[in-house]
Design a protein around this ligand. Sequence first.
Ligand code: PNS
Length: 156
Amino acid sequence: MIGLYPGSFDPLTLGHENIINRALKICDKLVVAVSQDNQKQAFLSSEQRFNLIKSIYDNHTNVEVLVYQGLTADFAKKINADFIVKGLRNSSDFIAESQMAQLNKVQFSKLDTIFLDSTDLYRSISSSLVKQIYQLDGDISQFVSAKTLQFLSELK
Ligand code: PNS
C-alpha cells in the first residue's frame, strides 16, 4: 500500500515527524510530498523543504520525498497512492481536514484519507508558530528535530 502525506512542511516539525513514523506502520511506502500550492506565505522554498525532509529520511527506503504542483488529488492519482495520511491536532484541524478529505475523494473516488490523532506532546505545534518564534529569535529546539534546527541555523 502506498500512503501519501501531503503538506506545506514549512518547516518540518516534530509533529510531522511523529505522523511520518506512525504512518510507516500502516503502509509499505510513504510519499512525503511538499505542496507548492498551499495559499500560505512561504518561509522556506519548496527546494529547501524538500532537501531538509530528504536529509532526515535519507536512510529510510520506504520513504520517498517529492515536490508537487497543483491538486493533491491529481498528484495522488499520478503516484498511484492508496490513501492520504494527515494528522489531526484539534477540532479546527478536523473541520479543515475532513473538508479536504471529502473534496479529494470527490475528485478521485478511490482516495480515502486516514487521520492519525496527534500525540499530545505535539498537539500545539504548528509550522506557522514555529516559524514565527524562529524569526523572532526564540528557541524552537523543543518543536523541531536537531537536523531541522541545524538546517535552519545554516540558512542564517
Ligand atoms: O501542511 P498543510 O498546509 O496543512 O497542507 C495543506 C495541503 C498542501 C495538503 C493543501 O493545501 C493542498 O492539498 N494543497 C494542494 C492544492 C489542492 O489540492 N487544493 C484543494 C484541496 S481539497
